[in-house]
Design a protein. Structure first.
Length: 65
């Protein structure tokens, strides 16, 4: 039970950190380029979906142990 709590705490922290990095990376690319590399909606979608998918895959791998 304690291990599951620790997994969720660090898994959510990891996903939030990854989402922030993805968002800031594309934001900085947009600023450097002067035009949109990708749109804001795609940027937000990637920042949410990729870390969420990664967290689900990690949970599936973790729960099989």
């Amino acid at each position: 039970m304690e291990n599951k709590k620790i997994f969720w705490i660090f898994g959510i922290l990891q996903s939030l950190t990854l989402a922030t990095i993805i968002y800031l990376l594309f934001r900085s690319l947009n600023l450097i380029n002067g035009t949109d590399v990708i749109g804001l909606d795609t940027q937000i979608l990637l920042s949410i979906l990729f870390p969420t998918f990664l967290l689900i895959v990690e949970y599936i791998i973790y729960s099989k142990k």
